[in-house]
Ligand binder design. Structure first.
Ligand code: SAH
Length: 256
């Protein structure tokens, strides 16, 4: 493919976990220069407002809702780079974690389009801050796994449970809808039913909500009606949450 018509550069930018002041200075600078921004559904309006000169186009996916096919997004990025100098693909959290960045990078490379990655604060770190719990607490946890059980059509199964069992702290992305299966898999594979679990929704936003429970109770997560993005965090490090563990039932605990 000829590259002579390509004039712009595509920036894959992390928008952070939600709070608009948790984007990086570099991300803010790129957004200010942007001619066009393709953004995920959950990006905060104040972050989008930084791209005041840009066309802003929502292309994100939310489970079960409207989704733009990935190949179509790839094509739009390449086409945009032929027309504009500064093209931004703005993704929640960090663009390289569970964000299909590699498919976009491959498409850009194949088309000879220059690209640059601007990292962001991933949801796991915002949730750790929300809880006030270190994921690598000294003497308790020395490893962290970021996992998801969710796979796309035709992809190989996720070995999420192996990773979650091996790490001291597991952070499960996109898992709340599969809470029952996650709990039964981990327990069947030998994790203790009393293992501390925290579910953190909307980390970094004023609407943040935390529910603490133990692994055996995780299937009850659905009763809490999570509607925002949420993470399941599993591991002994979470036992420091006050007045919760080793209590067996703590549903309804919602830290602000
Ligand atoms: N690239 C993103 C993750 C995209 S996958 C990142 O680095 O954070 C989307 C999943 O991330 C959601 O289903 C949820 O599990 C998690 N997530 C995103 N934002 C979140 C938030 N503010 N609070 C809790 N979980 C969040």
């Amino acid at each position: 493919m000829t590259t002579k018509h390509v004039r712009g550069r595509v920036y894959l930018v992390g928008a952070g976990p939600g709070a608009p002041d948790l984007i990086t200075l570099r991300a803010a600078e790129v957004l200010k220069r942007a001619d066009i921004v393709f953004h995920d559904a959950l990006v905060h309006s104040e972050v989008l407002a930084l791209a005041s000169c840009a066309d802003r186009i929502a292309v994100g996916k939310r489970c079960g809702r409207f989704a733009t096919a990935q190949q179509f997004i790839n094509k739009r990025l390449v086409d945009a780079a032929r027309k504009h100098q500064v093209v931004v693909r703005l993704k929640g959290g960090d663009p390289m974690l569970f964000g299909r960045a590699q498919e976009e990078i491959a498409a850009l490379r194949a088309a000879g389009v220059e690209y640059e990655i601007v990292p962001g604060v991933t949801a796991a770190l915002a949730a750790s801050a929300e809880l006030g719990v270190s994921l690598t607490q000294r003497g308790v946890a020395r490893s962290v796994a970021f996992v998801t059980a969710r796979v796309g059509a035709g992809e190989r199964a996720s070995a999420w449970a192996d990773a979650a069992l091996q790490a001291d702290t597991a952070v499960i992305y996109m898992g709340v809808g599969q809470a029952q299966e996650i709990a039964s898999t981990l327990i069947a594979r030998g994790m203790g039913p009393d293992m501390p679990v925290a579910i953190v929704e909307n980390a970094s936003l004023p609407s943040a909500r935390c529910v603490t429970l133990c692994l055996a109770e995780l299937p009850l997560a659905a009763a809490h009606g999570f509607t925002g993005p949420a993470l399941i965090m599993v591991g002994a490090a979470l036992a420091v949450l006050p007045d919760v563990f080793p209590a067996t039932v703590s549903l309804g605990a919602a830290a602000a």
